[in-house]
Design a protein around this ligand. Structure first.
Ligand SMILES: Nc1nc2c(ncn2[C@@H]2O[C@H](COP(=O)(O)OP(=O)(O)OP(=O)(O)O)[C@@H](O)[C@H]2O)c(=O)[nH]1
Ligand SMILES: [Mg+2]
Length: 305
């Protein structure tokens, strides 16, 4: 891992570090003995850090066993075991579903305000750095100004953006965008979508319609459908988002605003409860504030930040 990326992770996770590891350290100063009372307080800290009760219970169970097997008797040893346990629970994302015969099409979904459009700009920047040819599509035709927001990013990044007028049919924009992506031989097409429509049912229906229209041009697309979640929402909100998007096939998650949360555990909860890999995390509002997700780097940075 590049030292730059690790530093970026550490500074982006500094609030989460203070919140979570700060609590751990103060517990370990208070109670040096690894007794039942200490384990109970540890479980409380995990729950307060947005690791759900179920996962916290599981972590505690594994920790108790590991403490015995490894004959750990001090808090430093326990902290190391906890760190290892958290890395284990965050499964590494599987290989990216890359389209070798044409554009890789990434559909970005998520409720309003979670950071979809900003993340699309960050992703475009990420792929541009890998010398990929990138195209954007303004599939949020519902919210006034959404199209302009994406166009401005596209201009700044020097990439093209396929857009129709406000209020036009999002599925038609996506159809045009995939057609253009193929004709222009782009490597990556990233599609923005609305986070709010008249009703949730409309939104789900629109996303399904968008997928159908993409598939009319490119079979097997979209290659990745990434659900964007705001890490500051708290785990209940995040799990609600999942219920909402259950009907839309999703291949992975992007957790935004990790810089804004003091509860680092949210990553563990969402990827486990939703059984989806986290692909990227957002660490700020700037274009470079996005990193690939890697469990070991993430947890190490959280513990060390
Ligand atoms: N601190 C922080 N802010 C972020 C991050 N990602 C996005 N934001 C901010 O979140 C706000 C909403 O971002 P948008 O990209 O407009 O969100 P959206 O999901 O496209 O919103 P809608 O189009 O309304 O559905 C903006 O102020 C972004 O700057 C992040 O990783 N960290
Ligand atoms: Mg948007």
């Amino acid at each position: 891992m590049g030292i730059g990326i690790f530093q970026q992770l550490k500074s982006g996770l500094s609030r989460a570090h203070k919140g979570f590891v700060g609590k751990l350290d103060s517990l370990f100063t208070r109670s040096r003995k690894l007794d039942e009372e200490m384990f109970e307080q540890l479980e409380e800290i995990l729950i307060e850090s947005d690791i759900g009760p179920r996962m916290s219970g599981r972590i505690l169970g594994d920790l108790r066993t590991a403490v015995k097997t490894n004959k750990v008797s001090d808090s430093a040893g326990l902290k190391a075991l906890l760190q290892a346990e958290m890395i284990k629970l965050l499964k590494s994302p599987p290989a990216w579903n890359h389209n070798s015969d044409g554009p890789t099409i990434i559909l970005i979904i998520g409720i309003n305000g979670v950071g979809k459009t900003t993340t699309i700009a960050k992703l475009a920047n990420h792929f541009l750095k890998q010398k990929k040819k990138v195209l954007l599509a303004a599939g949020d035709t519902f919210r006034a100004a959404a199209i302009d927001q994406l166009k401005i990013w596209a201009e700044r990044l020097g990439v093209d953006c396929i857009a129709h007028q406000d209020g036009s049919d999002a599925a038609a924009v996506c159809f045009d965008a995939v057609t253009a992506a193929k004709a222009r031989q782009v490597d990556i097409l990233i599609i923005d979508t609305a986070g709010r429509l008249h009703t949730k049912a409309h939104l789900v229906e629109e996303l399904k319609k968008i997928k159908r229209s993409i598939q009319k041009v490119e079979e097997g697309a979209p290659h990745e459908t990434l659900l964007v979640l705001d890490a500051t929402t708290g785990q209940n909100g995040l799990l609600q988002a999942q219920v909402f998007y259950r009907e839309v096939d999703t291949s992975g998650l992007i957790l935004t605003k990790m810089d804004g949360t003091a509860k680092g555990g949210v990553a563990l909860t969402v990827s486990n409860e939703l059984s989806l890999p986290i692909r990227f995390i957002g660490l700020g509002e700037k274009i470079d504030d996005l990193t690939d997700f890697n469990p070991r780097e993430f947890i190490t940075a959280l513990f060390e930040a």
